[in-house]
Design a protein around this ligand. Structure first.
Ligand SMILES: Nc1ncnc2c1ncn2[C@@H]1O[C@H](C[S@+](CC[C@H]([NH3+])C(=O)[O-])CC(=O)[O-])[C@@H](O)[C@H]1O
Ligand SMILES: O=C(O)C(=O)Cc1ccccc1
Length: 253
């Protein structure tokens, strides 16, 4: 697939519609259980601004920094959507590793990645990311996952990623963040919720999900996130995409 073909490329998203927060019992506190997994592709593509563009961007950067004979690791790979995309985009066989601590997510990922296994070596690891090794990786992707980890675990994980990356290796990180300015945070939140409503969520669904995510998804400010990356060893860090309270960064070893 040529570089120019990545953008019209659709993601492989399962069609089941997210209606989980329309009626009891919805996942509160929010967990990545079977009910969530069954509608996850629809949920995330309607809930994360520029989700398709972010994954296409991550695929471009992964292709640009991938080093032959090393691994591409997706932490919090969920249903394998990014790994399926990079598997179609890369023009040479690679080792693609997906890490997720939700078994139902990896069962969906296994199914989605079957065609990719014709070309690439695919490894799916069901474990908490902080227990995993990142040795011999040239690209680590962690999109919208760090935000679910306890704060003290995040720093340990980023240090482990930095240590595992080969020289010249790349971290592609996307996260929900918060503004350090309460008035801006309020405006961003209002606009983000309008985005969700535009994507078909009712106000009740939006409020219920927000409550379910409280103390489960804990965003940092962009400055705190950048500092955490610097404290992990990354010296070259740059932001690529930001819309509402969703940010994508790249960091180089
Ligand atoms: N400690 C942990 N260790 C491993 N996995 C975890 C952990 N905690 C949560 N997860 C997993 O992290 C993923 C977060 S979703 C990532 C989207 C994907 N990156 C995408 O680009 O489509 C984003 C969201 O739900 O907003 C889920 O699959 C969890 O099971
Ligand atoms: O931050 C939110 O309000 C979201 O809905 C993001 C999200 C997307 C998919 C699963 C969990 C949270």
């Amino acid at each position: 697939m040529k570089d120019s073909e990545i953008y019209p490329t659709e993601l492989y998203l399962s069609p089941e519609k997210d209606e989980l927060f329309q009626k009891e019992p919805w996942p509160k506190p929010f967990v990545f259980n079977e009910d969530v997994v069954n509608v996850f592709d629809n949920m995330i593509s309607r809930s994360v601004p520029l989700y398709r563009e972010v994954l296409a961007c991550a695929a471009h950067w992964a292709k640009a920094y991938y080093q032959t004979g090393t691994k591409i690791i997706d932490i919090g790979c969920s249903t394998g959507t990014f790994l399926e995309l990079i598997g179609r985009f890369l023009q040479q066989p690679a080792t693609l590793v997906g890490i997720d601590n939700s078994q139902p997510m990896l069962e969906k990922a296994r199914e989605k990645l079957l065609p990719i296994q014709q070309i690439h070596q695919v490894q799916l690891i069901c474990d908490s990311a902080e227990n995993c090794s990142f040795e011999n990786s040239s690209v680590v992707i962690i999109n919208y996952t760090l935000q679910f980890l306890p704060l003290q675990v995040r720093q340990k994980l980023l240090k482990s990623i930095y240590q595992g990356l080969v020289p010249g290796g790349l971290l592609f990180l996307s996260e929900k963040v918060k503004s350090p300015y309460p008035l801006f945070q309020e405006t961003i939140t209002r606009h983000y919720e309008a985005f969700k409503a535009y994507n078909g969520y009712a106000q009740t669904e939006i409020e219920r999900k927000k409550e379910a995510l409280e103390n489960v998804l804990v965003p940092l400010t962009e400055t705190e996130q950048l500092q955490m990356l610097k404290d992990s060893g990354f010296q070259q860090v740059d932001s690529l995409i930001k819309l509402h309270n969703f940010l994508s960064l790249v960091a180089l070893k």
